[in-house]
Design a binder for this molecule. Structure first.
Ligand code: NAP
Length: 277
């Protein structure tokens, strides 16, 4: 498994686990637990969640599902923008820690930009860091102008990642956000890397998949991971999907494959605002 180095030197696996909509349906809990534990066992040891997911239900689910595995996991959660004042971020983190049954988050993200000045949120994050309650902080759904503003905010350059919507069908970040992040050495964490299972599997993806004896979604994940600083966090609540996704780490695409994929999934030709799911 290739690893991505965060600013500061720590590295995380390039392919990991998303959990949006897990922990919400009692009938699915057993399968979801099995899937998450399998993913960790297969080396996808970064687990992404948020206080928003099921209004805490997903974090509570993970608190149980990761029992005995916590120390081997790089745990990521996110704070709602309306909780992102200095005091709000500290209180929200305490609630997340309790639900997750842990004493620290490895990475805490501002879920998207809201009305709270960035400086306040950064001060809250830095306070949590000093207390040892979070180890790193970052942002999510920040476009290039937001990142520039963050870089001008006191303490803002300590940001460890920007988590954004990025997959073959959503290539907007390639216009100027991804280059900006590469220049500033901020890893991009790609959410919905298979467009929530809606990427067209026939055509270009199937063609490239055949060459590697792989599946179309494995190719879609390998494509997201083609840049060494990009992390993909597919969500799979079924063990067979988790195992399939883990297999994407073994695929290294070649220039001819990129040409096939570019012909069907066009790169951006102008700036568009960052899309969100
Ligand atoms: P995704 O990972 O692109 O797709 C998840 C969907 O694809 C699920 O329905 C899953 O089914 C299905 N799937 C997974 N592997 C598959 C496979 N190999 N073959 C066929 N279907 C497969 O979408 P996502 O959940 O939106 O994004 C991933 C994670 O990113 C989230 O879970 C969350 O942690 C994070 N996220 C962050 C934000 C943000 O604003 N920061 C927004 C959205 C998502 P099963 O579950 O049935 O296996």
């Amino acid at each position: 498994m290739h690893r991505v180095v965060l600013p500061g030197g720590e590295d995380v696996p390039q392919l990991s686990i998303g959990t949006w909509m897990m922990g919400e349906r009692p009938a699915a809990l057993r399968a979801e637990t099995e899937a998450v534990r399998l993913g960790v066992e297969l080396g996808m040891t970064l687990v992404d969640t948020a206080e928003m997911y099921g209004e805490g239900a997903c974090e509570s689910f993970l608190g149980g599902a990761l029992a005995g595995l916590r120390d081997g996991v790089f745990l990521v959660s996110k704070v709602y923008p309306h909780n992102a004042s200095r005091a709000g971020v500290i209180a929200a983190c305490e609630r997340s820690l309790k639900r997750l049954r842990t004493d620290r988050l490895d990475l805490y993200l501002l879920h998207w930009r809201g009305g709270v000045p960035l400086e306040e949120t950064v001060r809250g994050f830095e306070h949590l860091k000093a207390q040892g309650k979070i180890r790193h902080w970052g942002v999510s759904n920040f476009d290039t102008d937001d990142m520039e503003e963050l870089w001008e905010t006191p303490g803002g350059t300590a940001c460890a990642v920007n988590q954004v919507l990025y997959n073959l069908g959503r290539r907007g970040p390639e216009w100027d956000l991804l280059p900006w992040m590469e220049r500033h050495k901020v890893p991009l964490m790609a959410y919905s890397p298979i467009e929530q299972g809606r990427l067209p599997q026939a055509g270009a993806l199937a063609q490239v998949a055949q060459k590697y004896d792989a599946t179309p979604y494995q190719v879609a994940l390998a494509w997201v991971m083609r840049a060494p600083g990009t992390i993909a966090i597919p969500k799979a609540s079924r063990a067979e999907h988790m195992r399939e996704n883990a297999g994407a780490a073994a695929i290294t695409l070649e220039p001819a494959d990129f040409a096939v994929l570019d012909a069907s999934f066009r790169p951006p030709t102008r700036k568009r605002g960052l899309e969100m799911l």
